[in-house]
Design a protein around this ligand. Sequence first.
Ligand code: 13P
Ligand code: SF4
Length: 352
Amino acid sequence: ADPTLAARAAAAKTALGDRVFILGHHYQRDEVIAFADVTGDSFKLAQQAAARPQAEAIVFCGVHFMAESADILTGAHQRVILPDLAAGCSMADMATAEQVEQAWDDLLDAGVAADTVPVSYMNSSAAIKAFTGRHDGTICTSSNARRALEWAFGERGGARVLFLPDQHLGRNTAVGELGMTEADCVVYDPHRPGGGLTHRQLREAKMILWRGHCSVHGRFTRDSVDEVRARIPGITVLAHPECRREVVTAADLVGSTEYIISVVDAAPAGSAFAIGTELNLVQRLAKRHPDKTIVFLDRTVCFCSTMNRIDMPHLVWTLESLVRGETVNQIAVDRDVATFARKALDQMLALP
Ligand code: 13P
Ligand code: SF4
């Protein structure tokens, strides 16, 4: 790595002052996190995106759907920049707007669309968020999925939820937190006609889970949990709800990245944790707490490759371009899409 990059990033950031606001998701590399004005999970970053209204540029160190959400939630005078445009999310890509429109047509055909509420994970494109807003649904993140479902079935009066695009977060929340059964959940496969479901299955389901998942969290298995418990007796297993159901049921504690950090930070010296989430975050926690045993839940390396695309060369290029008065890699969501996506995001921000 080029040792001058940190100095160049620092100089550019100082030159820009309050004109730039740098947000960093917890899965970012340490050297990038060092320059973030705010770090957070996806919910906190959505809440904070507009926190510096005088910033003309918001540099989002995270992935594409987060930068889109920041653009939707911030003022028209603010430009959102993603330092590497290839920083996408394979889970978000598992639900395209066309596929979701087709699914809604399938629900209409089955006569169930009218009392179905779309609840879409933050990890989705702006187009999917707009679909959600058009049908009076809500966005959720891993830190408020329970409240989102309670709202959908309660205040919003839904009979069932179409949960996009992470089947694991949907199932873990419905079954693990709201007391539904596995039989209340069906999986809609966008690659099969009618989602691979009969009208009767759609009618009887409480949760229609989209067949999507996170390839990073999908690597953890029940064996990972058993193996670490055998290796380090008494260890506390902490898992992100994007993990499969078998991992979440075997874990001791489950929650978003912000929750995982708060548990580890608050634990007394000598505590031991096996953490099932992205590796940059786990390694950072291990470094921050040398008095605690902190291990990655699985033996195989598990970075999120797209989160990792944001590196020092990209950050420096982005900031130095701004110093020269140039905006690179702007993420600008289409106005019509943004209007309805904002409706769904505002619904999430208003959840009790
Ligand atoms: P949170 O930061 O909301 O826990 O989400 C994890 C994630 O996968 C973001 O892509
Ligand atoms: Fe997407 Fe998973 Fe990476 Fe999060 S960790 S950005 S859900 S691929």
